[in-house]
Write a protein that binds this ligand. Sequence first.
Ligand code: PMP
Ligand code: GLN
Length: 380
Amino acid sequence: MIKGKHSGADLTIFAEMSALAQRNEAVNLSQGFPDYEIDEKLKKLLAEATAKNFNQYAPMAGNPVLIDNLITFNAARKNPITLAVENITVTPGASYGIYTALAAVLSFGDEVIVLEPTYDSYVPAIEINGGTPVFVPLNDNFEIDFTALSNAITHKTKAIIINSPHNPSGKIWRKKDFDDLAELLHNSPIYIISDEVYDVLTYDESEFYSAFQHPQLKNSTFSIFSFGKMFHVTGWKVGYVLASEELTIAFRKIHQYLSFSVNAPAQFALANYLEIFDVEANRLQMQQKRDFFVDAFRELPFTLKEKAEAGYFQILGYENISALPDKAFAGWLTEHAKVASIPISAFYKNNVNTQTVRFCFAKKEETVLEAANNLKKFLP
Ligand code: PMP
Ligand code: GLN
């Protein structure tokens, strides 16, 4: 048996729960992927790309039109991000961007701070690159505890991974959080790896800020994005990474030997789609899906502490339904009530029992209604 290079589960919780859902013919609200049709225009652009012969290697940094359009798109945000071509690298997805940023900065024995609950790919990516994860808990509202963060920083700390909007909670960092982080890291050589894949999916009054916008943080930050979440095409696996010119050079030194470049037809389609993409309509569509989910589940005996501020997911408590630990509860719910979710313990190193599970609301209304009906039949 080959000794593993990381402490992550042999099978990710997302793969495990999706497989369990399939075996039990359950409604799958576990893994985060849309089940509705994507925009026909995006489909057409992908077909056009191969017809126009975008079938060979794209440039290493990315399709130049896509890069130009990303500059325009980021400048037009409500909180604009000013970019030059030297700041952008197109990647095969966000997970790859996070991995490669870590590979670019880590040396053996470096510590990397992660904030729990934390997305499942970070710790394996740190460990495979020779680093040691240091865990700092978010508070009960999934907000950052700057005292705990400050206490975790040592002379070995090489980087901090942050994630806003946050998976699984949907919590967004405020501008003040970035100011506080900048103050804490003032003059320290610590890198920030900022997972921002739900950037365009923010609800109600919530606003997205990028770590790469912050004047004091910018030069030490890799901000990582995913077209998968942005355009509802998780299977396309294309994303992009923003970093200073210096960090981009370090990033590309690794990237050119990992994947070298990214799917050329997809980049053509994404580049052209960015020109017609309606950010506000897209945001409202997903906000409506969140609200539809919350309404459909309202009569069920779950507890809702806070509606998701962003992203694809809603956390619900089940203390009125069962005393089982969350992993066992999620399994039980899938097998008996035919609805799959993700136990929040999967986002913790020690698999603590959180008594909460995460549901994906990026689904057709009929899917959410089917899930709610299954639960109504089964729950008290
Ligand atoms: N980070 C977070 C917080 C995610 O939820 C996901 C899943 N989309 C990823 C990274 C991975 O994104 P990608 O599929 O583009 O690798
Ligand atoms: N990001 C997705 C989620 O949180 C999962 C992606 C994956 O399966 N690794 O559900």
